[in-house]
Design a protein around this ligand. Structure first.
Ligand SMILES: *Cc1c(COP(=O)(O)O)cnc(C)c1O
Length: 398
């Protein structure tokens, strides 16, 4: 027996739910790539991306996923042999760093963990001893979707300046743009990357890079540049050059609608919605964790991300495999949970509250997790959903 008929609820941290309005905006004939509406859409998107990243710098749109934006960011500003510092706080900054190694950079990882955010003081201390300014760039993620951490990007920017270090500051905002504040210029960020399929509520296949003046200067001397990602070619006169070929038209129409929806809601309201739904999720997990089997990956509540919650599974105290929980939620109840990745593979599950989400979706996902915990007799504190409801009732004013 199951109770899963109807629309499946995708609660993984990307791709996220695509609004019907975005799907509808994509349902149209292909259009000319040299004139007309597509050119206007490109120009409006490049401009709105500046607004989302909060920069007066340049923005680029790639027909690629987040990994493409990673490669675009690295190859446009670095040269082979450049030393870069990667700030670990889960899986993604180190993944970006591994890509940089393959491209010929000399990568040093500032060790971190899946339990806490990057410590800005440690960044400052490392940069201070680099008196010869060998380090050319610092790489970090704002939200790491593996650990569920949110890093203090403003604080890390201050640490770089406090050390008086000229390294480029490169930030992955794939799982945080349009989920929480991001202030590229104010925080001193030189290169920022994001993708379409997380907070931006659009199908996977587009990614974005924003570049400061300093990044553009570095680009002029960089020797890692390859043709497809090259900013200079993309600055050319012809519209197709913006995409180094045929534009991903339908994704662009979808993104246009998604950004219009974000603007209609208002970015501060979008951020607040994420914060509230994250708070509800955290309230539920805090109750469940009283049973000893489940726990937060991130120890300090202030460092838990507003777009995804990573829940540790303490195998020693449980007779039930984690896989049974994820399978039950999907196969019996129609909720797809994220599984643990990176160092937490097989040791965690993830509940996304990212992008096009509202109270019934998140409360529904939490209720299904609690149903699965009960059905599988996993030791857990009961009343997680009640705590989530109480959190919303307390914080969402009439
Ligand atoms: C999803 C994600 C990526 C990778 O994006 P893809 O589109 O899967 O290549 C990079 N960084 C973070 C923080 C992510 O969450």
């Amino acid at each position: 027996m199951t109770v899963r008929a109807g629309r499946e609820l995708l609660s993984i941290p990307g791709p996220t739910n695509v609004p019907d309005e975005v799907l509808s905006a994509m349902h149209r004939p292909a259009v000319d790539i040299y004139t007309g509406s597509l050119v206007e859409v490109t120009m409006s998107l490049l401009d709105d991306l500046r607004g989302l990243f909060r920069t007066r710098g340049r923005t680029y749109i790639y027909a690629a996923n987040g990994h493409g934006a990673w490669e675009a960011a690295l190859t446009n500003v670095l040269s082979r042999g450049d030393k870069i510092l990667v700030l670990e706080s889960g899986r993604f900054a180190t993944g970006w760093g591994a890509m940089a190694t393959t491209l010929g950079a000399d990568v040093e990882v500032l060790p971190g963990s899946y339990t806490h955010a990057v410590r800005p003081a440690e960044v400052e201390a490392r940069l201070r001893i680099d008196t010869g300014h060998e380090i050319k760039a610092v790489l970090v993620v704002q939200i790491d979707t593996a650990s569920g951490v949110v890093n203090d990007i403003a604080g890390i920017g201050r640490a770089i300046r406090a050390a008086g270090h000229p390294a480029l500051f490169m930030v992955d905002a794939v799982a945080s743009l349009a989920c929480m504040p991001f202030e590229m210029d104010t925080w001193g960020i030189d290169v920022a990357v994001a993708g379409s399929q997380k907070g931006l509520m659009t199908p996977p296949g587009l990614s974005f890079v924003a570049a400061s003046e300093r990044a553009v200067s570095a680009h002029r001397h960089a020797n890692m540049i390859t043709p497809y990602w090259d900013w200079t070619f993309r600055e050319g006169e012809e519209h197709y050059q913006k995409y180094c070929g045929t534009p991903p038209e339908h994704l662009l129409f979808g993104l246009r609608k998604a950004i219009d929806m974000l603007k209609a809601e208002g970015l501060p309201a979008v951020f607040e919605r994420h914060r509230l739904l994250a708070g509800a999720t955290q309230a539920a997990v805090a109750e469940w964790s009283k049973g000893g089997t489940l726990d937060f990956s991130i120890l300090d509540p202030a460092e838990r991300a507003p777009s995804v919650t990573t829940v540790l599974w303490n195998g020693e105290t449980s007779g039930q495999p984690l896989k049974a929980l994820v399978d039950y939620a999907r196969d019996k109840c129609g909720v797809v949970l994220g599984t643990g990745i990176g160092a937490l593979g097989g040791r965690a599950f993830r509940i996304a509250h990212m992008g096009h989400v509202n109270a019934p979706m998140v409360l529904g996902a939490l209720a299904v997790v609690e149903t699965a915990l009960s059905a599988l007799a996993v030791p857990h504190g009961s009343g997680g959903v009640q705590a989530a409801i109480a959190h919303l009732a307390r914080n969402v004013k009439p």
